[in-house]
Design a protein around this ligand. Structure first.
Ligand code: SF4
Ligand code: SF4
Length: 430
């Protein structure tokens, strides 16, 4: 079956609903079903409702909206489904219909407006940095902050990423010459740009050791993932087309576009094609230019001598456990590469289910439905604590935000979160 045919069939909710054989294999792995054990908030429940909607038997009312906004888009169900039914993709599409009908909440609209315009985003985050201590207690050792007051959708003592004075993209020149033999572009992602800055700093340190030039691609826009998961397809269309045009304009001397973030990388490489399923020209352009996109550990492991260089460095005494972001392992098949690189200098102790979703779930889950995110995060925090690890690592800053909060709720003060890129850069210094 061609990809085009497949995508056409996928977005025919009726056909997808008919294809579900109700085997129930998806139920035990479903993140929302584990914290809200109701058939309607399960993959086959979502698919059934979408079929009914398509046939005109279900109105998209507030209850339906509430149900479709309960999916974490973790893709656990897709992974185990014998029919490979893409529940996540049909829900993303349904959320666009919901956004059309009900509109998008004002605070999400404001956030997506920032994501469209880098200068506005820079300004907002700079103001946020200046005033963050008024409403939050800063925990600079983990790039986080805790709210001092109860605010709407933000309870007192909730752990969130703190803001940096200068973003990663504004902290360096656009071209960094490390010898001129090879060159890669960096797509940094919003959380690593404004909050978890040491990821980008560490990536530059690694490229320096490897003598690979870095191009910071300063005209990049947010990949659009937060808007895609919320149904704001206008913002996705705007940002995706900008990024496609921009990446097409980069010179042939750029070998790859490397991304130390699972969600951004999956969005650029996989979701852009899905999004443009009804705009064939853009779909083809996305497919072509995004073939240069790699997760950072994936590219460093498979296209450089980094592993060999790390073998010559000292062993670190800290124990690391690795969490597999849904958008890395399940969507891009990247899970061995970060482990290969980290294991050269750190002992890895696997948690009981590294592939289980951390429970981040997107903006709606982190705001209006935070009780679900909190409940889904608790088992992950427990399995991390059980390993006794000093560090939990994942190549995803959304996972970092959620896991940091879950460990904080569970009272785990021993384990710190590091992106594998930060661990590798630390090992290279020894
Ligand atoms: S994407 Fe995750 S939360 Fe959503 S239906 Fe599938 S398993 Fe459940
Ligand atoms: S695993 Fe797939 S076919 Fe089976 S019930 Fe779930 S969605 Fe339907």
């Amino acid at each position: 079956m061609s990809v085009d045919k497949k995508l056409d069939e996928i977005f025919n909710f009726d056909k997808t609903a008919d294809d579900c054989v109700k085997c129930g294999k998806c139920i035990p792995v479903c993140t929302i079903h584990k914290v809200n054990a109701d058939e309607v908030t399960s993959p086959r429940g979502f698919i059934d409702l979408l079929g009914a909607y398509k046939r005109g038997h279900l109105e998209l009312d507030k209850t339906a909206k509430d149900i479709f906004e309960s999916c974490f888009l973790c893709t656990n169900c897709v992974d185990v489904c014998p029919k490979s039914l893409p529940t996540d993709m049909v829900i993303e599409q349904a959320r666009a219909d919901i956004a059309q009908k009900f509109g998008i909440a004002w605070y999400k609209k404001l956030f997506f407006l920032l994501l469209r315009h880098r200068w506005l985003n820079d300004l907002a985050f700079k103001l946020g940095w200046a005033f963050q201590t008024c409403g939050f207690k800063i925990k600079s050792d983990i790039d986080s902050m805790k709210s001092r007051f109860n605010l709407p959708m933000l309870k007192v003592d909730r752990l969130l990423p703190s803001l940096r004075k200068t973003s990663f993209l504004n902290a360096y020149p656009e071209n960094i010459d490390n010898g001129g033999k090879r060159k890669v572009a960096i797509f940094i992602g919003c959380l690593a740009n404004y909050n978890y800055r040491s990821i980008g700093d560490s990536l530059l340190e690694i490229l320096d050791v490897l003598e690979i030039d870095a191009f910071l691609a300063k005209d990049q826009k947010c990949c659009g993932a937060p808007a895609y998961f919320t149904g704001d397809f206008d913002t996705v269309d705007y940002n995706a087309k900008h990024n496609i045009r921009y990446f097409e304009s980069l010179g042939d001397d750029i070998e790859a576009i490397i991304v130390p973030e699972a969600t951004c990388s999956a969005m650029l490489k996989i979701d852009y094609e899905h999004f443009f399923h009804d705009q064939p020209d853009w779909k083809a352009r996305a497919k072509s230019v995004m073939s240069k996109v790699y997760m950072a550990t994936e590219w460093l492991q498979n296209h450089t001598d980094l592993e060999k260089i790390l073998e010559e460095k000292k062993q670190n005494t800290r124990i690391v456990t690795y969490h597999d972001p849904c958008h890395a392992r399940k969507m891009q098949g990247v899970y061995q590469e970060p482990r290969n690189l980290i294991s050269k200098n750190y002992k890895i102790v696997e948690m009981s289910d590294p592939n289980a979703c951390c429970g981040f779930g997107g903006i709606t889950m982190q705001t209006e439905k935070h009780h679900f995110a909190k409940a889904a995060g608790a088992p992950k925090a427990a399995m991390i604590e059980k390993t006794g690890a000093d560090v939990v690592s994942a190549e995803c800053s959304a996972c970092r935000m959620q896991i940091n909060a879950s460990m904080d709720y569970s009272g785990n003060e021993k384990t710190v979160f590091k992106n594998p890129i930060e661990l590798i850069a630390e090992a290279l210094k020894k």
